[in-house]
Design a binder for this molecule. Structure first.
Ligand code: MLT
Ligand code: MN
Ligand code: ZN
Length: 306
């Protein structure tokens, strides 16, 4: 399979429109060695196939489609390579791009859990709005370990894992999490036998999450924050990383420690990186720590072949 990183930034993107933190100001002026990034999404295709699955629909989807020819195969007057969309949660950065797909011919095939369907019908009623345009053909993602596939996308199958993270602020379960608010997905290519674990928002590595990471050939996991107090320390927000469902990379119990316990052959990638994270600066000491630990920081337009 081919995994294309459409967007490697967290909500807000990089640089964020209203932010003048060191990273955002520095990438604008060129004084920081960093690459701009769009918001969180990947596109997954089987080898040799046109059609693929979009994981998350970011507010930057139109720009992402324009900069990736593979998403517009141009086989007909109206065409797309997006055979279906799978949502990891109902947050703005992962779901509002659905509105940009409203001109689709026929209902948009959409896979999500029940709590996400609820959030997107109530707190942020994207699905109700879309029913006035192309409409959605919704498929339920269950949390029983079952595999699902997307019609038109041969050889690939997917398995969801509930994560302890956080629902969006407009969700009725923001403070009372329910299973399925956030999921991670194992992507398995039945032809190559390879798999990847994708979890852009991950608050805690439970035994089940570590097992999913350990079993995969590549992990693409939460790279939002370097430290728990990254935003409070910068005076940007009072929100701590763990409080909003993101495991920081550094420190005891952080993502770097967990990744060190993976098999030596596992490809380690961080994705969904917040604009405040010092790892965005390619010359930073924090980036050097990741490089030494063989941990890669995802960039937009990067492709992984598995
Ligand atoms: C998150 O994952 O916490 C989000 O990126 C927040 C947001 O989109 O505002
Ligand atoms: Mn997010
Ligand atoms: Zn910033």
């Amino acid at each position: 399979m081919r995994i294309t990183i459409l967007g490697s930034a967290a909500g807000g993107g990089f640089p964020q429109w209203n932010c003048n933190c060191r990273n955002c100001a520095g990438v604008r002026s060129g004084s920081v060695n960093a690459k701009p990034r769009t918001q969180s999404s990947i596109f997954v295709q089987p080898d040799g196939g046109h059609e693929g699955v979009l994981f998350n629909a970011s507010p930057d989807i139109l720009e992402q489609i324009r900069s990736h020819g593979a998403l517009q195969p141009a086989r007909a007057l109206r065409d797309t390579a997006i055979a279906g969309v799978v949502l990891m949660d109902g947050q703005i950065d992962h779901a509002t791009g659905l509105l940009m797909l409203r001109e689709r011919n026929g209902k948009l095939p959409l896979w999500c859990t029940d709590p996400v369907e609820e959030d997107l019908s109530q707190g942020l009623p994207v699905l109700r709005v879309l029913s006035h345009y192309c409409g959605v053909e919704r498929h339920r993602i269950t949390l029983d370990g079952g595999w699902f596939s997307v019609p038109g996308v041969a050889d690939l199958r997917f398995q969801a894992l509930p994560l302890s993270s956080k629902a969006a602020p407009y969700s009725p379960h923001r403070e009372q999490p329910v299973a399925g608010d956030n999921i991670g997905i194992t992507l398995h290519d039945q032809r190559s036998g390879k798999s990847a674990f994708y979890a852009p928002g991950l608050g805690d590595i439970t035994p089940a999450v570590f097992e999913a990471m350990r079993s995969a050939d590549a992990v693409l996991v939460d790279g939002t924050f370097w430290t728990d107090d990254e935003m409070p320390k910068l005076g940007i927000s009072s929100k701590h990383a763990r409080e909003i469902g993101h495991l920081p990379q550094s420190g005891p119990g952080g993502m770097i420690e967990w990744m060190a316990q993976l098999p030596a052959t596992t490809q380690r990638h961080l994705i969904h990186i917040n604009n405040t994270n010092p790892i965005l600066d390619e010359d930073s000491p924090e980036r050097a720590i990741l490089t030494r630990a063989d941990i890669h920081v995802c960039e937009d337009r990067m492709t992984l072949k598995l």
